[in-house]
Design a protein around this ligand. Structure first.
Ligand SMILES: [Zn+2]
Length: 278
């Protein structure tokens, strides 16, 4: 997220779709996509390299929900050479501004980082609680102890004492927080556009949380219980990626990256001068 001052600087961005701006002794290209229909449609109209569009979606899906947040008039600004790696990608929405800047680490990997030198994607914890044991793994067929039938279990069940705190595995936004039939008291948390985590059978919810509340990694969201269709206190935990339930024990999880401290001030100065030149 940008500070208020940067928000203002970006607000002053010119509207011309394509131009060049002075940056130090170099001149940086600038392209703008203004949303009228959809990102893909308007990017094509603005003659933006499809590879760049993919990068915009990959990077910004952690800060904006492309299905819900994108509105007519929102703008994406690409600073720098589209054929190589742009120096900065900026999103200017009605409610939110995001800016990321390219940085190449010692191993030669280039990524996009915010003004504080952090990737927009957060780190995920593998498990959402301190548990005693895993009572049921992710499996295609499991004999259900209550229903007495074989059915898939696309989740992990963690046995733990009633009242054990359950925390969000990553920063995100609460989607649901309610009693849901067989799942009992359940919390859904959305992390970026692609990940949703689900926490079920809770004895109670953490106070003060409601749909659209922001949560941090490790923040308590509820307590282990046995509500809904459950034989004893445990947490039923699901990890959904692009709508599909994945094995929470093995699915590769995002890990936030940071600009190397040795490069940080150089990175930040460059980022600030890009913002100032807008
Ligand atoms: Zn379960």
């Amino acid at each position: 997220m940008l500070s208020r001052a940067l928000f203002l600087i970006i607000s002053l961005l010119l509207i011309s779709p394509s131009s060049a701006l002075a940056y130090g002794s170099n001149t940086l290209d600038r392209s703008t996509i203004t949303i009228t229909k959809s990102l893909n449609f308007d990017a094509k109209k603005a003659n933006i390299n499809p590879k760049i569009v993919k990068t915009l979606i990959r990077v910004f899906s952690w800060g904006i929900d492309f299905n819900k947040d994108l509105q007519k008039g929102d703008r994406f600004v690409i600073i720098g050479n589209q054929k190589a790696t742009p120096s900065a990608l900026i999103y200017i929405g009605a409610k939110k501004h995001l800016a990321v800047f390219s940085y190449t680490d010692k191993r030669g990997r280039t990524g996009y980082y915010d003004i504080n030198g952090k990737s927009l994607y957060p780190s995920f914890l593998r498990a959402p609680l301190k548990y005693e044991r895993i009572s049921s793994k992710f499996q295609r067929k499991r004999f259900h102890p209550i229903l007495k039938t074989w059915r898939p279990h696309r989740a992990v069940d963690y046995a733990a004492k009633r009242g054990t705190p359950v925390y969000s595995v990553a920063s995100g936004v609460i989607q649901h927080r309610k009693r849901m039939g067989a799942l009992g008291n359940t919390v859904y948390i959305k992390h970026g556009s692609n990940y949703v985590t689900v926490y079920a059978h809770l004895s109670k919810f953490a106070r003060g949380l409601k749909p659209s509340s922001k949560v941090k990694k490790g923040q308590v969201i509820g307590y282990v219980g046995s509500t809904g269709r459950s034989t004893g206190p445990h947490l039923h935990y699901e990890l959904r990626y692009k709508g599909i339930r994945r094995n929470p024990l093995t699915h590769p999880l995002p890990k936030q990256k940071k600009v190397d401290p040795a490069d940080f001030w150089r990175f930040k100065n460059k980022a600030n001068s890009i913002l100032r030149s807008l």
